[in-house]
Design a protein around this ligand. Sequence first.
Ligand SMILES: Cc1cc2nc3c(=O)[nH]c(=O)nc-3n(C[C@H](O)[C@H](O)[C@H](O)COP(=O)(O)OP(=O)(O)OC[C@H]3O[C@@H](n4cnc5c(N)ncnc54)[C@H](O)[C@@H]3O)c2cc1C
Length: 479
Amino acid sequence: MHHASRKWHGNTDWCRRMKPPSIVIVGAGPAGIRAAETIIQAGYRPTVVDEGDQCGGQIYRQPPSGIRRSPKALYGFEAQKASNLHESFASILDAIDYRPASTVWDASENKLCVLSESGTKDVHWDRLILATGAMDRVIPFKGWTQPGVFTLGGSQVALKGQACAIGECPVFVGTGPLLYLVAYQYLLAGVRPKAVLDTSPPKAQRRAIVGLMRGGRTFLKGLLYIAQLKRAGVRIASGIRPLAANIGEDGSVSNFSWLDHSGEMRSAICDSIAVGFGLRSETQLADLCGVPFAYDKGQRQWLPAQDSAGRAEDIEGIYFAGDGAGVKGADAAELLGRRAAHALLLDLGHAESGRLLANINRRIQRMSTFRHALDRVAFPFPHRLAAAIDDATILCRCEGVAAGELRRIGKELGATEVNRAKAFCRVGMGRCQGRVCGEIAAEVLAECLDVSIEKVGRIRGQAPVKPISMRAFAEASKS
Ligand SMILES: Cc1cc2nc3c(=O)[nH]c(=O)nc-3n(C[C@H](O)[C@H](O)[C@H](O)COP(=O)(O)OP(=O)(O)OC[C@H]3O[C@@H](n4cnc5c(N)ncnc54)[C@H](O)[C@@H]3O)c2cc1C
């Protein structure tokens, strides 16, 4: 397929050199692995860059070599899928240039800046597949930056990646399927959660039931997690509103308080809190490559614009796979990885890939009813809760900016757009570059100015997209 009007960021030198194009995949999760596998089958040798020490991405994360836990203990019902994916990757290792423990911290035209133990190096690409996955979404509440408060994903990483728990009696707060899954995984690992507190009201879950049933086994697994938690005597509540993580004499979390669905204040003694309100796509590299973004109302996030095969809009040579360009889950990520690879191969002249694209899209489409019921009806992102954060609550933890300060900047200084607000009060300017607070800042600003969320825009991506040392930065500037 040829797109005459699109900008070309990929390097065309390889056409003249008659050398195979340099194909780079960022991410070795389900999407990146399936993309690599597909590309190898067509006779190319892709480079796979991933910041993890081992392949698997988030869901199929592997423990360090010293820790031995069976796939069943680590991945539960997904053990077979995890083993299949790890084995697939092991079988293609000789056919790829694999760069583990390597973080892409900047991207431009046809170059990635990659930091590993040996320093920072440039990796050039003619074709780039971004399979960067997603991260937790957090809505701040009083005390969320205190020791003992973790993200849901972080608490799962502790369990899967380090075989340790965040505490002995954790409270799980937020919404989404991961809330119940991680609480259940803690229970299985021998840590009984003190409470599982869902902000989504029970009526939302009832409304979603028909769509959820389309999920078949996945839906039944969700019901089982909840049943097992209840059987173990874990307190489960929905329609709650978080109030505060309260700190004990030792300076760490000692108690969590919330309003129940009828507005009564409740609290639970705990030694740790895991919090998460669904996931957001990791889109910064697409941003640095100049891909245009569009606002996705359903996911309440700005996402890189792409066509129906995962090609970046306006910029040729870039493809998207998996949760990194819209959260669709692990099974879809594997399909999206194959889809991105086939789109790339078709663009390189492999006509047979065109036939496969339509088939993959049909399979992805079949998953969409369940996904919609899950993310948008049963556990929607509680944006009103985000917009209503207390004035005194820290919104941007890197720079210590409270919600009230952002509202003042918006109303008194006329910062009607998030990048302008960032310039005035440094919201989103710290180590996380707005990955944690950017969308919440937009919700707060839009609500206080009484404008639509699209109107306030999004914090533009800046390098380094992940924290790197000044030394690495200095080295990169010299080269
Ligand atoms: C913390 C967490 C836990 C999750 N747990 C579950 C679960 O238990 N069950 C479930 O069904 N779903 C879970 N999900 C969702 C699930 O992980 C995804 O749906 C699925 O993994 C998507 O696959 P992917 O290949 O698109 O992305 P991922 O699996 O996220 O893989 C992306 C890869 O890209 C790499 N990467 C990202 N940015 C860079 C960079 N700048 N430089 C180098 N490498 C980079 C990451 O290291 C990662 O290995 C979880 C998500 C998160 C964030």
